[in-house]
Design a protein around this ligand. Structure first.
Ligand code: M6R
Length: 365
């Protein structure tokens, strides 16, 4: 059932145009320029009363939650945060009447996330599930929720679940923003950009050869930094997680702005940095960080937007992705990172689908 791919992970990466399509299909209302999520069990009036969103999750699902929190706060203007479920459970969290929570979990069985959900519910919190596995424990115990419809994810390294989880947050953001200040026109632009994403992912997946070459060149380095800013910061974290999980290369994800507060001390010829450079308001600042790394003889790999010659000139190596709206880049940035980790692992002869010490779902504390 790998459909000709050597590993499930590669198959699942390639499924993303279809899985993102499934995650958003039927959930965009173009007439109203808004989102529609059937399983929330909340009236429009209930949703209007939400003034705080808390997202709890682990691993890749946590990074998807960070993207969600960024979107909800910056676009829907609702105070939002993502937290590690393992930490929420023990911090005696404050639950307020206007709070709404999301427990994000591909498997729906992650014990840390399940326990965080129960603790929030005990305190009167309303917790919605964002799960893939139908009928899973988190899906059953939550007060409503949304299935991401990725189809079974077999590889231990999560890929298609991430892009589907963030899809749900884009839809929810559209819904919440349109109930507040977002105009019909702005809603249409947001919806259209989202609808265009599956075909743009397809474009990236049609050009994997440069990514494979890059992995061949870099797979033998032992330390990497992954750097991004704004909504791409969690994507940098996710890219680093993918690389360490399946290739066992040490990688750290950081905000590009943070390197000067410490990690820049690691930079030398042996520690490459992979920068995510979208064509947004933070681009100039990311370029400044790239130059700082270059000045310390660090190698720079950039994932940049098609046609960005300035970045191509500065970087030692670069990959281009298609242009999209400022906040839609996580979809397009994460795919080359998934493939980069995958090809590095292949290059090193790793067991991609079953990396050492890891289980697909972590049901112990
Ligand atoms: O099933 P979940 O989404 O709750 O799993 C959470 C993490 O265990 C999971 O994302 C893990 O980090 C993956 N192996 C990442 O690729």
């Amino acid at each position: 059932e790998k459909h000709g791919f050597p590993f499930f992970m590669e198959k699942e990466i390639h499924e993303q145009p279809a899985s993102v399509e499934r995650a958003i299909s039927g959930r965009i209302n173009l007439d109203g320029a808004t989102g529609h999520l059937g399983g929330l069990n909340m009236s429009a009036r209930d949703l209007l009363g939400v003034d705080n969103v808390g997202i709890v999750a682990a691993g890749t699902s946590y990074y998807a939650g960070m993207v969600g929190a960024y979107l909800l706060e910056s676009v829907a203007r609702i105070k939002s945060s993502a937290e590690l479920s393992s930490e929420v459970r023990y911090k005696n969290p404050i639950v307020t009447p206007g709070s709404l929570y999301f427990a994000v979990s591909q498997s729906g069985e992650t014990i840390d996330t399940l326990y965080a959900l129960r603790e929030l519910q005990r305190k009167g919190g309303k917790v919605l599930g964002v799960c893939n596995v139908v009928g899973s424990t988190i899906a059953r115990e939550s007060d409503g929720g949304v299935y991401i419809h990725s189809g079974p994810e077999i590889a231990v390294a999560s890929t298609k679940a991430f892009t589907s989880q963030i899809s749900v947050f884009y839809i929810f953001t559209l819904l919440m923003a349109r109930m507040r200040h977002m105009s019909w026109e702005a809603g249409i632009d947001f919806a259209k950009a989202l609808k265009h994403i599956p075909s743009q992912i397809e474009t990236i997946l049609g050009q994997t050869e440069p990514i494979r070459r890059l992995a061949k060149k870099y797979a033998r380095y032992q330390n990497f930094l992954f750097l991004g800013r704004g909504i791409n910061y969690p994507v940098a974290m996710e890219g680093a997680l993918k690389l360490k999980e399946i290739s066992y290369i040490h990688a750290e994800g950081y905000s590009a702005a943070e390197i000067k507060h410490g990690p820049i001390a690691l930079i030398n010829e042996q520690t490459p940095s992979l920068f995510l450079v979208s064509d947004d308001s933070l681009r100039e600042k990311v370029i400044t960080s790239m130059k700082e790394v270059k000045a310390r003889r660090g190698r720079v790999i950039a994932v940049a937007v098609e046609g960005d010659e300035e970045v191509a000139d500065i970087a030692d190596d670069y990959l281009y992705i298609p242009h999209t709206e400022e906040l839609m880049y996580p979809f397009l940035m994460v795919v080359p990172l998934q493939l980069f980790a995958y090809y590095c692992a292949l290059e090193l002869g790793r067991n991609v689908d079953q990396p050492r010490n890891l289980a697909k779902s972590v049901t112990v504390e």
